[in-house]
Design a binder for this molecule. Structure first.
Ligand code: GDP
Length: 421
């Protein structure tokens, strides 16, 4: 076991993404998640911080369903443009029976990837998931999966996101072929085609020019993309009207901001089963979903006076506050998964459970990986960790500094949303 002492700075926090994968049952959430663990496991090994092939096993053991994330949150590194990002993938149960669980995990997500079936588009349960994410103000990107399936239709699926969810979806990719002929994706920002090798589970990605037969459609879709993005920003609107060039960086900047404000939802496509597109989707998580400092300050109340509203900045120098979001009984005892909103959590410290007034000792702190855990001395605002030693804290409760108590807004569990269909 490795022990690291973390002293993450604000710039380090900018490389964090706390996100979940949500979907209608059967849309491919498990398969997408397995691929995320597989590809990030690969980059993790390249970083030589870790031994073993844990994440790969997920793909090899594919027949054994249900092994996706045994932990409530998994930390997995992803490198993009030479920068290593810490991706905390938070498990969000997809089945409608677990609506409460979905609500609980939504509370700690900063963003989500919503997976759709490329043939069916939006389905009844995708609406439920979408409304839950709306309620918690979770920024979202979309992944139209199963583009390899017979009858898969990107245009249809994309339209259902607009029509059934009424959501401002913006396609940033389009597929190359569909069904048996699905081969890769076109990036509508850079106008490049990406093909994924069949031999090595899509690890080798080849960049190429857009095939001639898709040129016209790609041009049209890019025009739509730019028009929609330009509408989100005054200076881009002007450029668009003046027919001036709008750069890829400008598109990304405006689309990122709009996604975080939930005014836009970038749409990606692929086939998790055929290993096509998931790496680009991970890049999309980095490009468009917020880091912990980009979401609104967490709200709460004074434990002695519920009328007294308090907030905590996403800052390690602020008083400690964290929320328990899942307790898992593990072979080593109870692991309590926490999202730290402010301050620094230190191993061995005494914290206050401001919901029940009890003091608790945090005896150990772990960063959870796919099948391994890394012991930490400290963890800070923005991070998701599992701690050992808590005896009297339950899901939804706040732990904080006894000197600066706060009760983070309790999760309300409204009635499950009834689907419109
Ligand atoms: P979940 O219920 O959303 O977790 O969905 P799963 O990942 O378990 O997938 C449901 C079914 O769809 C399984 O039989 C998968 O093999 C299949 N599936 C998942 N992704 C794809 C895909 O990209 N293409 C095709 N053709 N099937 C897929």
């Amino acid at each position: 076991m490795t022990t690291i002492s973390a002293s993450a700075s604000a710039s380090k926090l900018a490389t964090f993404r706390n996100f979940g994968v949500c979907a209608h049952i059967d849309a491919g959430k498990t398969t997408v998640t397995e691929r995320v663990l597989y590809y990030t496991g690969k980059s993790y090994k390249i970083g030589e911080v870790h031994e073993g092939t844990a994440t790969m096993d997920h793909l090899e053991d594919e027949q054994q369903r249900g092994i996706t994330i045994q932990s409530a949150a998994t930390t997995c590194p992803w490198t993009k443009d030479g920068v290593e990002y810490t991706m905390n993938l938070i498990d969000t149960p997809g089945h409608v029976d677990f609506t409460m669980e979905v609500e609980r995990s939504m509370r700690v997500l900063d963003g989500a990837v919503v997976v759709f079936d490329g043939k069916e588009g939006v389905e009844a349960q995708s609406e439920t998931v979408w409304r839950q994410a709306d309620r918690y103000g979770v920024p979202r990107i979309c992944f139209v999966n199963k583009m390899d399936k017979l009858g898969a239709d990107f245009a249809f699926s994309f339209d259902t996101i607009h029509e059934r969810l009424g959501a401002p979806a913006i396609a940033v990719q389009m597929p190359i072929g569909a069904g048996d002929e699905f081969e890769g994706v076109i990036d509508l920002l850079t106008m490049k085609a990406f093909y994924f090798s069949k031999e090595d589970k899509g690890m080798t990605v080849t960049e190429a020019d857009i095939p001639d037969n898709l040129r016209e459609e790609a041009d049209q879709r890019r025009h739509d993309l730019i028009e929609k993005v330009a509408e989100l920003d005054d200076s881009l609107t002007e450029k668009f009207l003046m027919e001036e060039e709008i750069t890829v960086d400008e598109i990304k900047r405006v689309l990122r901001k709009a996604t975080i404000e939930q005014k836009a939802h970038p749409v990606f496509c692929g086939s998790a089963l055929q290993n096509i597109g998931v790496q680009r989707l991970l890049d999309g998580v980095v490009d468009y979903l917020p880091n912990p400092t980009e979401v609104p300050e967490v709200q709460g109340t004074d434990p002695k006076d519920a009328e007294q509203k308090l907030t905590r900045p996403h800052d390690k120098d602020a008083p400690l506050s964290l929320l328990v979001f899942k307790i898992v009984n593990d072979q080593h005892g109870d692991l309590t998964y926490c999202r730290i909103y402010s301050g620094v959590l230190e191993k061995g410290t005494r914290v206050l459970n401001s919901n029940n007034g009890k003091r608790e000792i945090v005896s150990r702190i772990f960063e959870m990986h796919s099948k391994d855990r890394i012991a930490r001395e400290t963890a800070e605002a923005g991070e998701i960790v599992a701690v050992v030693g808590l005896k009297q804290s339950m899901t939804g409760e706040t732990l904080c500094s006894p000197d600066d108590p706060i009760v983070l807004d309790r999760m309300e569990f409204p009635e499950p949303v009834i689907s419109m269909s």
